[in-house]
Design a protein around this ligand. Structure first.
Ligand SMILES: [Zn+2]
Length: 201
């Protein structure tokens, strides 16, 4: 069966299951959304946000790009962030990296990929790697990439914490940094900001 046919058939199977479990499910979602978190994750197909934390439609407001970078210079990322914080007032922002990340690996390799958009997107990660490489606790390339995955998550959390959009939010979200273990399926907490306090009036 071709991909398109399989995709549409799987959708039919999924919606039938959802309706059987909860006949009001889709009607309720149609009324609006109130997700618990903005999830910034990697585009990697092995790290599907909702699947790995057993979330349902409506639970997560998701933005994914290569190497889960808080691309504050891009309208695409900033519009998702602004809407999540200002309109949806999400209690959490999650930055989720993953071990064996190809984007982080490319940034650590010291070599351009030859793909213009990829290299431009990863430039800030290359810069971070060059400033951190001597501090990374790693014995081999795999450990080096995984150490850099954690450092990247911390750096993206720090970048978010510094944004006026976050600092001045009516209800500043808690920032949570996670790393997903590709070979074992579990999430580890890398860092977490202090519980959110409403901004002073
Ligand atoms: Zn990745």
């Amino acid at each position: 069966m071709q991909f398109k046919e399989r995709l549409l058939l799987e959708n039919q199977a999924w919606l039938a299951t959802m309706q059987e479990r909860d006949s009001k499910f889709f009607a309720r979602l149609e009324q609006g959304q109130s997700p618990e978190a903005l999830w910034l994750g990697c585009s990697d197909s092995r790290v599907p946000a909702e699947t790995l934390c057993n979330a349902s439609p409506g639970d997560l407001f998701v933005h994914r790009n290569v190497a889960n970078i808080a691309a504050t210079e891009e309208h695409g990322f900033m519009s998702a962030l602004e809407y999540a914080v200002t309109a949806l007032k999400v209690p959490y922002i999650v930055v989720c990296g993953h071990e064996g990340c190809g984007g982080v690996g490319a940034a650590c390799s010291g070599q351009a990929s030859g793909m213009d958009h990829v290299d431009a997107h990863l430039a800030q990660l290359v810069e971070l790697y060059n400033s951190e490489r001597d501090n990374l606790d790693a014995n081999d390339d795999k450990a080096r990439v995984n150490a850099m995955v954690r450092r990247n998550v911390e750096a993206q959390i720090d970048k978010l914490a510094d944004l006026d959009l976050i600092k001045n939010a009516e209800q500043p979200p808690t920032l949570l940094g996670l790393v997903y273990a590709l070979d074992a399926g579990h999430l580890d907490v890398v860092c977490e900001s202090a519980p959110s306090q409403p901004a002073a009036a």
